[in-house]
Ligand binder design. Structure first.
Ligand code: ZN
Length: 321
Protein backbone atom coordinates (compact mmCIF):
# COMPACT_ATOMS: atom_id res chain seq x y z
CA UNK A 1 0.00 0.00 0.00
CA UNK A 2 2.83 2.34 0.77
CA UNK A 3 4.56 1.95 -2.57
CA UNK A 4 1.47 2.51 -4.86
CA UNK A 5 0.50 5.69 -2.99
CA UNK A 6 4.10 6.89 -3.17
CA UNK A 7 4.04 6.34 -6.94
CA UNK A 8 0.68 8.09 -7.19
CA UNK A 9 2.06 11.12 -5.38
CA UNK A 10 5.10 11.05 -7.61
CA UNK A 11 2.91 10.91 -10.73
CA UNK A 12 0.71 13.71 -9.43
CA UNK A 13 3.77 15.83 -8.76
CA UNK A 14 4.98 15.04 -12.24
CA UNK A 15 1.65 16.11 -13.72
CA UNK A 16 1.68 19.35 -11.77
CA UNK A 17 5.23 20.00 -12.87
CA UNK A 18 4.40 19.35 -16.50
CA UNK A 19 1.10 21.19 -16.65
CA UNK A 20 2.30 24.66 -15.70
CA UNK A 21 5.20 24.23 -18.11
CA UNK A 22 2.81 23.35 -20.92
CA UNK A 23 0.64 26.32 -20.01
CA UNK A 24 3.64 28.63 -20.19
CA UNK A 25 4.69 27.27 -23.56
CA UNK A 26 1.20 27.57 -24.96
CA UNK A 27 0.63 31.11 -23.67
CA UNK A 28 2.16 33.21 -26.45
CA UNK A 29 0.27 31.19 -29.07
CA UNK A 30 -3.12 31.99 -27.59
CA UNK A 31 -2.46 35.61 -26.62
CA UNK A 32 -0.58 36.61 -29.86
CA UNK A 33 0.55 39.97 -28.55
CA UNK A 34 1.76 42.31 -31.27
CA UNK A 35 5.34 43.54 -31.24
CA UNK A 36 5.96 47.10 -32.43
CA UNK A 37 6.60 47.04 -36.19
CA UNK A 38 10.37 47.27 -36.85
CA UNK A 39 11.66 49.82 -39.37
CA UNK A 40 12.30 48.33 -42.80
CA UNK A 41 15.92 47.20 -43.13
CA UNK A 42 17.89 48.62 -46.03
CA UNK A 43 21.03 46.56 -46.29
CA UNK A 44 24.13 47.90 -48.05
CA UNK A 45 26.64 45.40 -49.42
CA UNK A 46 29.89 47.29 -48.76
CA UNK A 47 31.10 50.10 -46.51
CA UNK A 48 31.01 52.82 -49.23
CA UNK A 49 27.44 51.83 -50.15
CA UNK A 50 26.51 51.84 -46.46
CA UNK A 51 27.81 55.39 -45.99
CA UNK A 52 26.07 56.82 -49.07
CA UNK A 53 22.81 55.05 -48.19
CA UNK A 54 22.92 56.40 -44.63
CA UNK A 55 23.33 59.92 -46.02
CA UNK A 56 20.44 59.55 -48.49
CA UNK A 57 18.16 57.90 -45.88
CA UNK A 58 18.59 60.62 -43.25
CA UNK A 59 15.33 61.68 -41.52
CA UNK A 60 13.37 58.66 -42.75
CA UNK A 61 12.10 55.78 -40.56
CA UNK A 62 14.25 53.13 -42.21
CA UNK A 63 17.11 51.18 -40.70
CA UNK A 64 20.34 51.07 -42.75
CA UNK A 65 22.58 48.06 -42.17
CA UNK A 66 25.89 46.82 -43.56
CA UNK A 67 26.13 43.29 -44.85
CA UNK A 68 29.91 42.76 -45.09
CA UNK A 69 32.33 43.68 -42.29
CA UNK A 70 33.18 47.41 -42.42
CA UNK A 71 36.90 46.63 -42.32
CA UNK A 72 36.76 44.09 -45.19
CA UNK A 73 37.29 46.48 -48.11
CA UNK A 74 36.67 45.40 -51.70
CA UNK A 75 34.98 41.98 -51.66
CA UNK A 76 36.73 40.80 -54.85
CA UNK A 77 37.59 37.42 -53.32
CA UNK A 78 34.85 37.21 -50.72
CA UNK A 79 32.70 34.14 -49.98
CA UNK A 80 29.22 34.44 -48.45
CA UNK A 81 28.74 33.30 -44.84
CA UNK A 82 25.59 31.99 -43.11
CA UNK A 83 25.50 35.29 -41.18
CA UNK A 84 25.33 37.20 -44.48
CA UNK A 85 22.46 34.98 -45.60
CA UNK A 86 20.65 35.69 -42.34
CA UNK A 87 21.02 39.44 -42.84
CA UNK A 88 19.85 39.15 -46.45
CA UNK A 89 16.74 37.23 -45.42
CA UNK A 90 15.63 40.14 -43.19
CA UNK A 91 16.26 42.99 -45.66
CA UNK A 92 13.59 44.88 -47.50
CA UNK A 93 16.17 46.14 -49.99
CA UNK A 94 19.85 45.60 -50.76
CA UNK A 95 21.96 48.46 -52.08
CA UNK A 96 24.82 47.13 -54.18
CA UNK A 97 27.90 48.68 -55.77
CA UNK A 98 27.20 46.72 -58.96
CA UNK A 99 29.55 46.20 -61.94
CA UNK A 100 30.58 42.82 -60.57
CA UNK A 101 31.65 43.96 -57.09
CA UNK A 102 29.06 41.60 -55.60
CA UNK A 103 29.76 38.72 -57.99
CA UNK A 104 30.44 36.56 -54.89
CA UNK A 105 26.68 36.49 -54.34
CA UNK A 106 25.94 34.94 -57.72
CA UNK A 107 22.49 33.32 -57.91
CA UNK A 108 22.12 33.65 -54.12
CA UNK A 109 21.27 37.31 -54.60
CA UNK A 110 17.95 36.37 -56.17
CA UNK A 111 17.21 33.29 -54.06
CA UNK A 112 18.11 34.38 -50.51
CA UNK A 113 15.13 36.68 -50.22
CA UNK A 114 12.83 36.72 -53.27
CA UNK A 115 10.86 39.70 -51.96
CA UNK A 116 13.95 41.88 -51.51
CA UNK A 117 14.52 44.78 -53.88
CA UNK A 118 18.04 45.13 -55.28
CA UNK A 119 19.16 48.73 -55.79
CA UNK A 120 22.14 48.79 -58.15
CA UNK A 121 23.81 52.14 -57.46
CA UNK A 122 25.89 51.99 -60.65
CA UNK A 123 22.86 51.60 -62.91
CA UNK A 124 22.73 54.13 -65.72
CA UNK A 125 26.35 55.28 -65.49
CA UNK A 126 27.76 55.15 -68.98
CA UNK A 127 31.25 56.68 -68.99
CA UNK A 128 32.77 53.65 -67.31
CA UNK A 129 36.43 52.71 -67.28
CA UNK A 130 37.56 49.17 -67.93
CA UNK A 131 40.44 47.20 -66.50
CA UNK A 132 42.08 43.85 -66.92
CA UNK A 133 41.05 41.59 -64.08
CA UNK A 134 42.35 38.19 -65.09
CA UNK A 135 44.81 36.65 -62.66
CA UNK A 136 45.30 33.68 -64.98
CA UNK A 137 46.93 35.88 -67.54
CA UNK A 138 50.49 35.77 -66.26
CA UNK A 139 51.77 33.88 -69.27
CA UNK A 140 50.75 36.56 -71.77
CA UNK A 141 47.46 34.86 -72.59
CA UNK A 142 44.06 36.46 -72.92
CA UNK A 143 43.09 38.64 -70.00
CA UNK A 144 39.44 39.62 -69.89
CA UNK A 145 38.48 43.24 -69.69
CA UNK A 146 35.62 44.31 -67.46
CA UNK A 147 34.10 47.51 -66.15
CA UNK A 148 35.98 49.03 -63.26
CA UNK A 149 33.54 48.91 -60.30
CA UNK A 150 35.29 51.46 -58.00
CA UNK A 151 33.02 54.41 -58.73
CA UNK A 152 32.83 55.50 -55.09
CA UNK A 153 36.35 56.98 -55.08
CA UNK A 154 35.27 59.72 -57.52
CA UNK A 155 33.17 62.46 -55.87
CA UNK A 156 31.28 63.18 -59.09
CA UNK A 157 30.41 59.49 -59.38
CA UNK A 158 29.30 59.46 -55.72
CA UNK A 159 26.79 62.14 -56.64
CA UNK A 160 25.29 59.84 -59.32
CA UNK A 161 25.31 56.89 -56.93
CA UNK A 162 23.42 58.95 -54.33
CA UNK A 163 20.75 59.92 -56.88
CA UNK A 164 20.26 56.31 -57.98
CA UNK A 165 20.07 55.13 -54.36
CA UNK A 166 17.49 57.89 -53.65
CA UNK A 167 15.34 56.64 -56.54
CA UNK A 168 15.65 53.08 -55.24
CA UNK A 169 14.72 54.03 -51.68
CA UNK A 170 11.70 55.86 -53.05
CA UNK A 171 10.48 52.58 -54.54
CA UNK A 172 10.86 50.92 -51.11
CA UNK A 173 9.35 53.84 -49.16
CA UNK A 174 7.31 56.08 -51.54
CA UNK A 175 6.28 58.42 -48.72
CA UNK A 176 9.92 59.49 -48.38
CA UNK A 177 10.39 60.47 -52.03
CA UNK A 178 10.93 64.19 -51.39
CA UNK A 179 13.31 63.57 -48.46
CA UNK A 180 15.47 61.10 -50.38
CA UNK A 181 15.61 63.41 -53.38
CA UNK A 182 16.58 66.39 -51.24
CA UNK A 183 19.23 64.43 -49.30
CA UNK A 184 20.80 63.26 -52.56
CA UNK A 185 20.64 66.76 -54.06
CA UNK A 186 22.30 68.34 -51.00
CA UNK A 187 25.02 65.68 -50.98
CA UNK A 188 25.48 66.18 -54.73
CA UNK A 189 26.32 69.83 -54.09
CA UNK A 190 28.94 68.82 -51.52
CA UNK A 191 30.36 66.24 -53.92
CA UNK A 192 30.49 68.78 -56.76
CA UNK A 193 32.54 71.10 -54.51
CA UNK A 194 34.87 68.23 -53.57
CA UNK A 195 35.18 67.26 -57.23
CA UNK A 196 36.08 70.86 -58.09
CA UNK A 197 38.85 70.90 -55.46
CA UNK A 198 40.26 67.65 -56.86
CA UNK A 199 40.21 68.97 -60.42
CA UNK A 200 42.02 72.12 -59.37
CA UNK A 201 44.59 70.06 -57.50
CA UNK A 202 45.03 67.85 -60.58
CA UNK A 203 45.94 70.92 -62.66
CA UNK A 204 48.47 72.07 -60.06
CA UNK A 205 50.30 68.78 -59.62
CA UNK A 206 53.66 68.58 -61.36
CA UNK A 207 53.92 64.79 -61.63
CA UNK A 208 50.92 63.30 -63.39
CA UNK A 209 51.98 59.64 -63.69
CA UNK A 210 51.29 57.44 -60.70
CA UNK A 211 51.22 53.79 -59.75
CA UNK A 212 48.51 52.28 -57.53
CA UNK A 213 47.96 49.05 -55.67
CA UNK A 214 44.82 47.94 -57.51
CA UNK A 215 42.39 49.66 -59.87
CA UNK A 216 40.61 51.61 -57.16
CA UNK A 217 41.78 55.16 -57.95
CA UNK A 218 41.14 55.04 -61.71
CA UNK A 219 37.99 57.21 -61.75
CA UNK A 220 39.51 59.78 -59.40
CA UNK A 221 42.69 59.87 -61.52
CA UNK A 222 40.57 60.50 -64.63
CA UNK A 223 38.77 63.37 -62.86
CA UNK A 224 42.12 64.90 -61.93
CA UNK A 225 43.93 64.35 -65.22
CA UNK A 226 46.40 61.90 -63.65
CA UNK A 227 47.66 58.84 -65.48
CA UNK A 228 47.79 55.41 -63.81
CA UNK A 229 50.97 54.06 -65.36
CA UNK A 230 50.70 50.71 -63.59
CA UNK A 231 48.98 48.75 -60.83
CA UNK A 232 50.77 46.34 -58.52
CA UNK A 233 47.95 43.82 -58.43
CA UNK A 234 46.15 43.17 -61.70
CA UNK A 235 43.83 40.98 -59.64
CA UNK A 236 43.15 42.56 -56.25
CA UNK A 237 44.93 40.83 -53.38
CA UNK A 238 47.21 38.79 -55.69
CA UNK A 239 50.93 39.44 -55.61
CA UNK A 240 52.64 40.15 -58.93
CA UNK A 241 54.77 37.42 -60.47
CA UNK A 242 58.54 37.83 -60.93
CA UNK A 243 58.11 38.95 -64.55
CA UNK A 244 55.38 41.42 -63.55
CA UNK A 245 57.73 42.83 -60.89
CA UNK A 246 60.38 43.41 -63.58
CA UNK A 247 57.76 45.13 -65.75
CA UNK A 248 56.74 47.37 -62.84
CA UNK A 249 60.37 48.30 -62.13
CA UNK A 250 60.83 49.10 -65.81
CA UNK A 251 57.68 51.26 -65.83
CA UNK A 252 58.77 53.17 -62.72
CA UNK A 253 62.15 53.94 -64.32
CA UNK A 254 61.07 54.74 -67.86
CA UNK A 255 57.99 56.78 -66.94
CA UNK A 256 59.71 58.44 -63.98
CA UNK A 257 56.93 57.46 -61.59
CA UNK A 258 57.12 59.64 -58.52
CA UNK A 259 54.94 57.65 -56.11
CA UNK A 260 53.14 54.37 -55.55
CA UNK A 261 49.87 54.87 -53.71
CA UNK A 262 48.93 51.96 -51.47
CA UNK A 263 45.64 51.43 -49.61
CA UNK A 264 44.84 50.63 -45.97
CA UNK A 265 43.02 47.45 -47.05
CA UNK A 266 46.13 45.74 -48.51
CA UNK A 267 49.70 45.10 -47.37
CA UNK A 268 52.30 47.62 -48.64
CA UNK A 269 54.93 44.84 -48.92
CA UNK A 270 55.23 44.84 -52.73
CA UNK A 271 55.27 48.63 -52.92
CA UNK A 272 58.04 48.74 -50.32
CA UNK A 273 60.07 46.19 -52.30
CA UNK A 274 59.71 48.32 -55.45
CA UNK A 275 60.68 51.38 -53.44
CA UNK A 276 63.87 49.71 -52.24
CA UNK A 277 64.70 48.74 -55.82
CA UNK A 278 63.94 52.04 -57.54
CA UNK A 279 63.75 54.73 -54.86
CA UNK A 280 60.12 55.49 -55.73
CA UNK A 281 58.10 56.92 -52.85
CA UNK A 282 55.31 54.93 -51.18
CA UNK A 283 52.32 56.71 -49.67
CA UNK A 284 49.03 55.47 -48.31
CA UNK A 285 45.85 56.90 -49.85
CA UNK A 286 42.54 55.89 -48.32
CA UNK A 287 39.82 55.28 -50.94
CA UNK A 288 37.19 54.75 -48.24
CA UNK A 289 36.63 51.11 -49.16
CA UNK A 290 36.92 50.38 -45.43
CA UNK A 291 36.04 52.38 -42.33
CA UNK A 292 34.66 52.18 -38.84
CA UNK A 293 31.01 51.16 -38.34
CA UNK A 294 30.73 54.27 -36.18
CA UNK A 295 31.92 56.58 -38.98
CA UNK A 296 30.08 59.89 -39.10
CA UNK A 297 28.33 61.00 -42.27
CA UNK A 298 31.18 63.34 -43.18
CA UNK A 299 33.73 60.51 -43.04
CA UNK A 300 34.25 60.33 -46.81
CA UNK A 301 34.84 64.05 -47.20
CA UNK A 302 37.28 64.08 -44.27
CA UNK A 303 39.39 61.30 -45.72
CA UNK A 304 39.21 62.71 -49.25
CA UNK A 305 40.55 66.01 -47.88
CA UNK A 306 43.44 64.10 -46.28
CA UNK A 307 44.08 62.34 -49.60
CA UNK A 308 44.43 65.70 -51.34
CA UNK A 309 47.21 66.71 -48.95
CA UNK A 310 49.00 63.39 -49.50
CA UNK A 311 48.75 63.75 -53.29
CA UNK A 312 50.05 67.31 -53.10
CA UNK A 313 52.96 66.28 -50.87
CA UNK A 314 54.08 63.52 -53.21
CA UNK A 315 53.22 64.91 -56.65
CA UNK A 316 53.16 68.65 -56.17
CA UNK A 317 56.69 69.91 -55.60
CA UNK A 318 59.79 69.39 -57.71
CA UNK A 319 62.13 70.97 -55.17
CA UNK A 320 63.36 67.63 -53.72
CA UNK A 321 65.33 66.70 -56.83
ZN1 ZN B 1 38.68 46.81 -55.47
Amino acid sequence: MIFPSFYMIKRLVAVFLVLPAMTVVAAPKSSEYKKPQPQPLILASTFPMYQITRIVAQNRPVSVGLMLPAELGCPHDYALTPQDMMKLSKAKALVINGLGMESFMGPVLKNANPGMMVIDSSKGITNLLTYDDDDHDHGGGHGHVKANPHLFVSPRMVSSLANTIAAGLTRVDPAGAAVYKENARAYGIRMAALDQRYRELGKKLVHKQIMTQHGIFDYLARDMGLVIAGTLEAHAGKEPSASEMLQLINTIRTKKIRAIFTEPQYSPKIAMALSRETGVRVANLDPGATGPMTADLGYYETLMDKNMKILETHLGAMTRD
